[in-house]
Design a binder for this molecule. Structure first.
Ligand SMILES: NC(=O)c1ccc[n+]([C@@H]2O[C@H](COP(=O)([O-])OP(=O)(O)OC[C@H]3O[C@@H](n4cnc5c(N)ncnc54)[C@H](O)[C@@H]3O)[C@@H](O)[C@H]2O)c1
Length: 261
């Protein structure tokens, strides 16, 4: 079995379910010890299964990434169990939408506090830890196809993901002298728990039956179907691994052909 992440420690946020949990499983399969971070007080069923499947290789830490005071202690706790962190999979995010003229400050604040502020300060804390510990690590930030192009109903989420593409570039340049690589993944439409609320919101604003938007977006993908969380894992393992040693500042589209950039 190929273990490109052997002897590594990966920290993954928003990894209690969906894409994050699938990538944690892929990282563990690739040989990494994983610190799984999510907002829930205790480990989700997916994480409990992961702990059972990879004994002594998974720890769960509850942390709300919007609580900036909690971030550094969370990083220190992660490192005290599994040693220096080599990879950050910076994934926690939320979705919401409304017609632009109806969207309000509360929606803006909520989306930006998790998707931008939380993601930035988690990345900053882990980068500081990597610099201090001399780890030539890698960061993989989760962007979105929504960050490549605006949408009338989805302005704040789209803007939050465009910010991730930009922070990925800035952080890559800032960290290049430390030999720390910073890249992003820009998924298309991936069938995760997040899509239940995405579909329900589109149903409300586009007057569609429940399930219709999800069906439409899957059929519109050039490869012809909605992705699964596993479809993100190959790119995530690759970008975290030494195989990607000359790649930094890039955000890779993993979207069945939806975006060409
Ligand atoms: N599913 C898609 O179609 C899709 C498409 C493009 C990008 N993405 C991005 O991929 C990533 C994963 O999405 P997903 O579909 O697996 O979503 P998901 O909702 O299934 O998982 C997101 C996780 O983040 C956690 N989280 C939310 N707020 C948090 C907070 N404040 N602190 C800590 N954890 C928090 C949630 O508890 C959840 O476990 C996100 O960054 C998302 O924006 C998803």
């Amino acid at each position: 079995m190929s273990t490109p992440l052997a002897h590594q420690h990966a920290l993954l946020t928003g990894a209690g379910g969906g894409i994050g949990a699938a990538v944690a499983r892929a990282f563990a399969t690739a040989g990494a010890k994983c610190t799984v971070v999510d907002i829930g007080a205790s480990a989700s069923k997916d994480v409990q299964q992961l702990m059972a499947d990879f004994p002594n290789a998974i720890q769960y830490i509850a942390c709300d990434v919007t609580d900036t005071k909690a971030i550094k202690p969370m990083v220190a706790q992660a490192a005290s169990t599994f040693g220096p962190i080599h990879t950050l999979f910076n994934n926690a995010a939320i979705f919401d939408m409304a017609p632009l003229l109806e969207s309000n400050e509360a929606m803006y604040d909520k989306i930006f506090s998790v998707n931008v502020k939380g993601a930035f300060f988690v990345m900053q804390a882990v980068l500081q830890h990597m610099v201090d510990s001399g780890t030539r690590g890698a960061v993989v930030n989760m962007a979105s196809q929504a960050g490549r192009r605006g949408e009338a109903l989805v302005s704040h989420y789209c803007a939050s993901k465009a910010a991730i593409v930009s922070y990925t570039q800035s952080a890559a340049l800032a960290m290049a002298p430390h030999h720390i690589r910073v890249n992003g993944i820009s998924p298309g439409v991936i069938d995760t728990p997040m899509w239940a609320s995405v579909d329900a919101l589109f149903a409300k604003y586009e007057n569609l039956p429940i399930g219709e938007k999800k069906k439409q977006v899957g059929l519109a993908v050039p490869l012809g179907y909605m992705g699964s969380p596993q479809d993100i894992c190959g790119a995530a393992v690759f970008l975290a691994s030494p195989e990607a040693s000359y790649i930094t500042a890039q955000t890779l589209n993993v979207d069945g052909g939806n975006v060409m950039s």
